[in-house]
Design a protein around this ligand. Structure first.
Ligand code: 3PG
Length: 206
């Protein structure tokens, strides 16, 4: 499984598990069959469990900050894990459970610690506040093999800045799956946003 395959990772916040199935379908219809479901609501594990039953959808857990959440996410069916920061016990639990994990790292020391735990891809969050694409470009100087997935403030207006860097395999963000549209159950609008983002990324490749 390559979570960077689409170069876009929708970061999802689900409050009502009933939204999980139609949201998963909306992502598939939008040509973006992947979701990072964040542990920011009590509904996260149930939503992951529902979405992981949807054929063709890759579902991971985001905002995983404790080893216990790694276990809950894996039990629910999460295929990958994302953390906003770096905790050795969280990374080790994920590795033990055989799941790829993308921990957060924004400083040279954090990146070195991630490397020491065997991590080859980090989340660069919040990307807009830690220097954006310019900062990632400079960090890739010493860390020649590290890959960065920027999230936080990424949108259609700046994703090209990030994706033009060879060390950025994908960007993440909520702009394709806004909370208001999920809570308002406007899944058709989410499909449209996903389609637009997918076309934009395709146009960069040409
Ligand atoms: C994340 O956890 O990746 C971020 O909350 C996403 O940031 P965004 O809402 O600014 O896209």
């Amino acid at each position: 499984m390559d979570i960077c395959q689409h170069r876009l990772i929708p970061v999802v916040v689900i409050s009502d598990p009933n939204d999980a199935e139609p949201l998963g379908q909306a992502l598939i219809d939008g040509g973006l069959p992947i979701a990072e479901v964040t542990f920011r609501t009590p509904a996260a594990a149930e939503a992951i469990s529902i979405m992981s039953e949807i054929d063709g959808l890759t579902v991971g857990a985001g905002t995983v900050v404790t080893p216990n959440q790694v276990e809950l996410a894996v039990e629910a069916g999460a295929q990958f894990l994302v953390s906003p920061g770096l905790r050795a016990d969280v990374v080790r639990e994920a590795i033990m459970d055989g799941r790829p994990i993308v921990p957060g790292a924004v400083t040279p020391s954090e990146i070195m610690q991630a490397q020491s735990l065997g991590i080859d891809t980090v989340k660069f969050f919040p990307a807009n506040l830690y220097g954006g694409a310019a900062a990632i470009r400079v960090l890739s100087g010493p860390f020649t093999t590290m890959k960065f997935i920027p999230t936080g403030g990424v949108s259609s207006s700046n994703l090209a800045d990030y994706l033009s860097l060879p060390c950025v395999p994908a960007v993440g963000g909520s702009w394709m799956v806004p909370l208001g549209l999920i809570n308002g159950r406007d899944f058709a609008a989410i499909t449209t946003l996903c389609r637009t983002a997918v076309s934009l990324v395709a146009s960069l490749a040409n």
